[in-house]
Design a protein around this ligand. Structure first.
Ligand code: RP5
Length: 158
């Protein structure tokens, strides 16, 4: 099974969460994606979190919007690192999602990213960086990827 699992609260989160797959594809990191809702499918969440270690998952990316309890509840049920993505919501532009995800109580950690597509992209990058701690080849690919990004930024304003 893939070491990275991307979960999201709804199919409607996919246009945002698919950005997380971009750096993973670029860096050759395998992943799986599922809809798991803390509110609408709570039992699916329990099963996912309880079986994640057995299934070989090493990093979980969890995105949700509004009352975004998915990342925190997942983190509550597993020691596996959870990277949280606040999905932009219709009513409050994702500020509700951000605060729901970032304000974790001491003792249960979620690595919260920025609201929306930047956060989703960086969640993929963060997952790769976590895995790179024990994967030298991936580490080198990340260094190359970062160097290319740096080179792509022009000095001159056109
Ligand atoms: C959350 O509610 C989901 O993560 C999504 O961002 C939001 C709205 O879901 P839908 O009503 O579009 O399914 O649980």
């Amino acid at each position: 099974m893939a070491k990275v699992h991307i979960i999201m609260g709804s199919q409607s989160d996919w246009p945002t969460m698919q950005l997380a797959t971009k750096p993973l594809d670029d860096l050759g990191v395998a992943y799986e994606c599922s809809v798991v809702s803390a509110h609408r499918t709570p039992q699916r969440l329990v099963e996912f979190a309880e079986n994640a270690e057995t299934n070989g998952v090493e990093v979980i990316i969890a995105g949700a919007g509004g009352a975004a309890h998915l990342p925190g509840m997942t983190a509550a049920m597993t020691w596996i690192p959870v990277v949280g993505v606040p999905v932009k919501s219709a009513s409050l532009n994702g500020l509700d999602s951000l605060l729901s995800i970032v304000q974790m109580p001491k003792g249960v950690a979620v690595a919260t990213q920025a609201i929306g597509t930047s956060g989703a992209f960086n969640a993929g990058l963060m997952a790769a960086q976590i895995l790179a701690g024990s994967d030298k080849e991936l580490r080198e690919r990340i260094k190359t990827w970062r160097a290319k990004q740096t080179e792509s930024v022009p000095t001159n304003v056109e």
